[in-house]
Design a binder for this molecule. Structure first.
Ligand SMILES: O=C(O)CNC(=O)c1n[nH]c2ccccc2c1=O
Ligand SMILES: [Fe+2]
Length: 220
């Protein structure tokens, strides 16, 4: 619901139209300056706290060789799952509430188009991910290749003053326009939505410095 979010009906309506239009047209939607610097800073502080508390576990191992693992070779992304009700997670919880509202409304929006094909009733918890730099990356993949129910991937980026030298760009290879590669910089207070299925193979390019993102998957 709107009250308590601190955002106006008009703000939501504008975002809704962007998300609905871009998702239906491109299968991808980027919203910049999503929550404003003050809220985004609070979320970043919470993620840094979670990282410093050591609650993030290795999401994937970068080296498949046993001896590398034995030597504790650089591991890939580290993740933790939060509902938003845990200690140090209240701003993350507010982010999820705002995204929930947008996705629920867009799903029922008058010009929902392809979004209307879904009946989004559920979502995962929020996955807080940290790529620790040192060229950690995520190989080209589809989030939901085999119909596990996930239909929309929603990613919120928290990387202040990001520059190309920092790496960690998200590349999306839209299935139906093979010549275009969408390169999305993981910059601070940027919100991204894309179809989770085979329409959007994507990869995280090697990150040179610590790179934070929060992902929620919406299920049909
Ligand atoms: O951070 C990004 O820009 C994109 N990120 C991804 O595509 C992505 N996709 N699937 C995952 C599954 C487990 C752990 C991390 C991930 C992950 O970062
Ligand atoms: Fe992914």
């Amino acid at each position: 619901s709107l009250e308590g979010s601190g955002f106006s009906e008009e703000w939501f309506t504008n975002i809704l139209q962007d998300v609905t239009k871009d998702l239906n047209k491109y299968g991808v939607c980027v919203v910049d300056d999503f929550l404003g610097e003050e809220r985004a800073d609070r979320i970043l502080e919470e993620v840094r706290t979670l990282h410093s508390l050591g609650v993030m576990q290795a999401g994937q191992v970068v080296s498949q060789h046993v001896q590398d693992q034995a030597r504790g070779k650089i591991r890939g992304d580290k993740i933790t799952w939060v509902t938003g009700d845990e200690p140090h997670c209240s701003s993350i919880g507010q982010l999820v509430n705002v995204v929930d509202y947008i996705v629920a409304k867009a799903n029922k929006h008058y010009d929902a188009g392809k979004l209307a094909q879904y009946n989004i009733t559920w979502r995962t918890r929020a996955m807080v991910a940290c790529y620790p730099g040192c060229d950690t990356h995520y190989v080209k993949h589809v989030d939901n290749p085999n119909g596990d129910g996930r239909c929309i991937t929603a990613i919120y980026y928290l990387n202040k003053n990001w520059t190309p030298n920092d790496g960690g760009v998200l590349r999306i290879y839209p299935e139906n326009c093979s010549d275009i590669i969408a390169s999305i910089n993981p910059c601070f207070d940027r919100m991204l939505f894309f179809w989770s299925d085979r329409r959007n193979p994507h990869e995280v390019m090697p990150a040179k410095i610590v790179r934070y993102a929060i992902t929620v998957w919406y299920l049909d």
